[in-house]
Design a binder for this molecule. Structure first.
Ligand code: ZN
Length: 311
């Protein structure tokens, strides 16, 4: 594989109630629960990972469910929409499902000549379904209620809301090798040809938009994907050279991470493919039991007693 950014690795958002979050993403949306762990910086709370069968990069949505956290608000300096690709012709299924489960949604609309269906999760997070292109050959994860002909295929895009797109666009084009592929009003679409999916970032320019408040129902960060540590560290050097603060490499057990705040205010991460979600449990068992990083294993009893039951 190439020495490039390979689209989105994962997206992390903040939720309120853990059980409600778990039920929505596994049952209503039909994602696979791929990892049940704790927030490594706050081990009294969960960190949930949802994705496809394998927990493939470009399908992974993660949440910090922080119980009684106040509701945040969207605004400038934040990723504000998450787009999933779904099979063509599946919108009727999804609208019916949203009716059944009382999920707020809008009628399908069109952007850049593509149909999309916008809805919100129980914490008010905005998600969108896009009809997949023929080139999106990803294998859907199937549940009893959400079969392959309608199931999500992974991310299509994400949207960043910014007061000015200039500096953020420069990171995307000059460092991450994305290109401006379309513009519709104040929405600018960037894409990379380094990978065939989860490769679209929309920048929405709203000069007088208030700054976002990052709390419940909002996106915490966007992680971009690289194949390995060596490529990751080469990106670290490029970003540091631009004068931006970037963290050292942090071990997140399932991937290795670097974090930096891009000039528009959005927290970006660069995450590796290695070692992946099967590092501490086999593929069939993903998400079934609570996994703790080594430093918290001795406190397992207290941690488990503190976390709400899910199933
Ligand atoms: Zn992350």
């Amino acid at each position: 594989m190439e020495n490039r950014i390979l689209g989105i690795h994962h997206i992390t958002a903040i939720a309120g109630d853990a059980k409600r979050n778990f039920d929505f993403y596994t049952k209503v949306l039909g994602l696979r629960f791929i990892k049940r762990t704790v927030n490594f910086d706050d081990p009294g709370t969960y960190h949930f990972y949802f994705g496809d069968e394998q927990g493939s990069a470009g399908t992974i949505l993660t949440f910090f469910p922080w119980g009684n956290i106040q509701k945040g608000s969207k605004g400038a300096g934040m990723a504000t929409e998450i787009g999933y690709a779904v099979p063509k012709g599946s919108f009727d299924f999804w609208m019916k499902r949203f009716e059944t489960y009382h999920v707020p949604y809008d009628q399908p609309a069109e952007r850049f000549g593509e149909k999309y269906l916008s809805f919100t999760d129980p914490d008010g997070l905005t998600l969108e379904l896009f009809e997949a292109k023929e080139t999106d050959i990803r294998k859907p994860y199937e549940t009893d209620e959400v079969k392959a002909d309608v199931a999500t295929l992974g991310f299509y895009n994400t949207t960043l809301t910014l007061n000015s797109i200039t500096a953020t666009a420069k990171i995307l084009t000059d460092i991450f090798d994305y290109k401006l592929v379309a513009q519709e009003g104040n929405r600018y679409r960037y894409s990379t040809d380094a990978i065939a999916h989860a490769n679209v970032i929309d920048l929405l320019e709203l000069p007088s938009e208030k700054r976002a408040n990052n709390a419940g129902g909002t996106i915490h960060h966007i992680a971009f994907r690289v194949e390995n540590d060596e490529i990751q560290m080469a990106f670290r050097e490029k970003i540091a050279k631009m004068g931006l603060n970037i963290t050292p490499q942090i071990d997140r057990n399932y991937f290795h991470s670097l974090y930096f705040r891009e000039p528009g205010g959005v927290l970006f991460e660069i995450a590796t493919d290695n070692p992946g979600f099967t590092v501490d449990e086999p593929l069939e068992e993903l998400g079934k039991s609570l996994k703790l990083p080594a430093q918290y294993e001795s406190q397992r009893k207290q941690i488990e007693a503190h976390l709400v039951k899910l199933d």
